[in-house]
Ligand binder design. Structure first.
Ligand code: ZN
Length: 148
C-alpha cells in the first residue's frame, strides 16, 4: 500500500492543535521561569545546571545573569562567590593594550574566568522557541573548565 504524501499543509492547524500549541507554550514558559529561579542560588550542581539549559533560551540566561547580579552573587550560576567591591565605573583602560573597555557585563562576575565561562555557556544556548524544542536536535552543553 502506498502511503499518502506526508502532510505538507503544516500551516493549517486544527483548533485542537492550536489549543495544544498554546498549552505547550505556556507549559514551556512556566518551566523556563522555574529554571531561572532555581539558578539564582549558590551551590548549584554542574550536571543539573547542564540539564536545565536545554529548557531555557539565551534571553532566560540573560535574566539569570541580571538577577544574580541584583542579588550580589557572581553571575556565573556555578560560582558561589558574593560580589563585593564592585567597581562603580563603566569603563576601564587596559594598561597592556591601551584600549578602553566597557566593563558593564564583566562587573557582574567575580573574575574574568567566571565571565568567560558564562559567555561560553551563553554562546551554546539555543534561541528557538521553547515549545518547538522537541523537533530539534539538542546539543550537549559543555562547561568551560575553570581550573586550568
Ligand atoms: Zn565567580
Amino acid at each position: 500500500m502506498s502511503k499518502t504524501t506526508k502532510s505538507t499543509k503544516t500551516q493549517q492547524l486544527s483548533k485542537e492543535q492550536l489549543i495544544e500549541a498554546v498549552r505547550k507554550k505556556k507549559e514551556c514558559n512556566a518551566r523556563a521561569q522555574a529554571i531561572v529561579e532555581s539558578l539564582l542560588e549558590r551551590n548549584i550542581n554542574e550536571d543539573e545546571f547542564l540539564r536545565k539549559l536545554k529548557d531555557i533560551n539565551q534571553c532566560h540566561y540573560d535574566d539569570i545573569v541580571d538577577e544574580r547580579n541584583i542579588l550580589r552573587l557572581c553571575s556565573y550560576p556555578l560560582c558561589d562567590e558574593i560580589l563585593e567591591n564592585v567597581p562603580t565605573k563603566q569603563y576601564q583602560i587596559s594598561t597592556t593594550t591601551n584600549k578602553v573597555y566597557d566593563i558593564t557585563d564583566r562587573k557582574k562576575f567575580c573574575s574574568t574566568k567566571c565571565f568567560k565561562a558564562s559567555e561560553y555557556i551563553k554562546s551554546q544556548m539555543l534561541t528557538s522557541p521553547l515549545w518547538l524544542r522537541h523537533q530539534e536536535i539538542i546539543p550537549e552543553f559543555k562547561l568551560l573548565k575553570l581550573n586550568d
